[in-house]
Design a binder for this molecule. Structure first.
Ligand code: ADQ
Length: 462
């Protein structure tokens, strides 16, 4: 078995698996079984001129190798090119792009710094698996240093259609850099086909069978590998004695009969203002829910230095205040809006205790919350998932109530259908959804990607 090297912007906390979640556990498990390295930024920002040295901690056969970055790197690479250019374009939000030439330089510089620091740690037979939009030019930097290893890349966020991709300054350079990997993994067939379309229409590429595509003098594999969750682990977390007491606490407010829940990072892609408005619409059009339904939105702030994130927070505070002001009463708060990260076990319990799960992003690579909500349900009395057609998960989770998150009435209507859905239909939909998330769980995702990467010939690399 080849050693596995995972590279991502941030390194997951392999010690604290309860907090870090399914992905960290699944990848950590893979490294532990074959031995290897997890490499990434340590989260620290150093003064300009401080040497950026790699720190390695070794536990059994796993090395966690991390490196700090400078304030300039943080501003230009992380906040700049990654989060003010790539993130909005990949989520179809050209209106939020803020580009400065220094951002691109910062992105190239940090990818190069990562490559310089990682290259000496690699062994010839390693399988290197790079994650996400921060590190799209890492393979090209590693190849420039002579790396011949098999290099794979997985994009956790959507890959936009060519018409939007072209809004990224230097997108041609970025696509050519991606061709220095051997395997590119996308969340959905839509994302993979957007990539194929760009390469064939704008880079003279030729699509072959089995996801292979030829361009820039090289043939690589570029196909979907939809990510999943650890279904058994999450289902078990929802059924502990502690979870039962949390659910009991939720129901102690006897005045409320049904709970609706949303859990997302506070991000403009997650469709939160639209969701809040839809809940307001539900109360307005179906007054029978007054005092009997609550909506709990858990949304911890992220990337607060980026203006668009501060704006969304302000908008949500105003909307939740307006809804509670209009509909609430001294003994009932219709919308509870919580700004904190919640331990995974508590999340699992809350999902199980809530009759409706709202997952309504305007655009999302996959969305793991949708799968966690399904996994946490009581099979004998399951809740209903309301899912945006623009979440990658909608390609698989057909039995959810699929909504257009831009259409407030459509979402309010889906909430009403969910709240009224008979047990028989809830069970039918849930068992179909559960079967799907079990079939494509996180281990299947990892195994299928690594099988394709292992099957590449390292000598095929130029
Ligand atoms: P995210 O945009 O972060 O991930 P998501 O897939 O929903 O979105 O994953 C979020 C994870 O964080 C889930 O496991 C969820 O339970 C957890 N989480 C969210 N809010 C939390 C809170 N308040 N407290 C504790 N935990 C919380 C990116 C892409 C997605 C893609 C994933 C994985 O944007 O589209 O599905 O990567 O590839």
């Amino acid at each position: 078995m080849n050693r596995l090297v995972i590279v991502s912007n941030r390194v997951a906390d392999l010690e604290n698996q309860v907090q870090s979640g399914g992905l960290a556990v699944a990848l950590g498990e893979a490294i532990r079984s074959v031995g290897g390295i997890w490499f990434g930024w340590d989260g620290n920002v150093e003064e300009e001129g401080t040497p950026l040295t790699v720190t390695q901690t070794v536990q059994n056969n796993v090395t966690v190798a991390t490196i700090p970055m400078t304030g300039q790197d943080y501003d230009e690479y992380y906040l700049g090119f990654a989060n003010k250019v790539l993130w909005p374009v990949c989520h179809y939000r050209l209106d939020l792009v803020q580009f400065e030439p220094a951002y691109l330089e910062g992105y190239k510089r940090v990818n190069k710094t990562f490559a310089n620091a990682l290259a000496p740690l690699l062994k010839p037979d390693d399988l290197v698996w790079v994650h996400d939009y921060h590190l799209m030019s890492l393979a090209s930097e590693l190849r420039a240093l002579g790396a011949k290893q098999r290099l794979g890349f997985f994009l956790h966020i959507p890959f936009p259609p060519p018409e939007l991709l072209q809004a990224i300054p230097a997108h041609d350079w970025l696509i050519e850099a991606l061709f220095r990997f051997d395997v590119l993994g996308f969340q959905t067939s839509n994302d993979a086909s957007n990539f194929h379309r760009f390469v064939s229409e704008h880079a003279g590429g030729v699509t072959r069978t089995c996801g292979r595509i030829e361009a820039f003098g090289k043939t690589i594999v570029a196909k979907p590998f939809p990510i999943g969750i650890d279904v058994e682990e999450f289902a078990a977390a929802a059924q502990t004695a502690e979870a039962a007491s949390q659910i009991e606490r939720l129901n102690r407010r006897t005045i409320v009969r049904s709970h609706i829940i949303g859990v997302d990072r506070l991000d403009y892609t997650k469709g939160l203002p639209e969701r809040f408005k839809a809940f307001g619409k539900l109360l307005e059009t179906h007054p029978e829910h007054l005092k009997t339904v609550t909506f709990m939105q858990i949304a911890p702030p992220t990337r607060i230095e980026v203006e668009a994130y501060a704006n969304i927070r302000k908008e949500l505070e105003e909307l939740s205040g307006a809804i509670n002001g209009e509909f609430g009463d001294f003994d009932w708060t219709p919308l509870r809006y919580i700004h904190r990260t919640v331990p995974r076990n508590t999340l699992a319990a809350l999902f199980r205790g809530c009759e409706v799960g709202l997952v309504t992003p305007l655009r999302d690579g996959m969305n793991l919350v949708s799968k966690e909500y399904v996994a946490a349900q009581n099979e004998d009395d399951p809740g209903v998932l309301v899912l945006s057609k623009f979440a990658g998960a909608a390609e698989e989770l057909e039995e959810a109530l699929i909504v257009n998150p831009y259409n407030i009435d459509d979402m309010a209507n889906a909430m009403q259908i969910a709240l009224k859905m008979p047990l028989k239909e809830r069970k039918q939909r849930h068992s179909a959804l559960l079967a799907r998330i079990k079939k494509h769980d996180v281990r299947h995702w990892r195994k299928s990607f690594l099988e394709v990467l292992t099957a590449c010939k390292p000598e095929a690399v130029s």
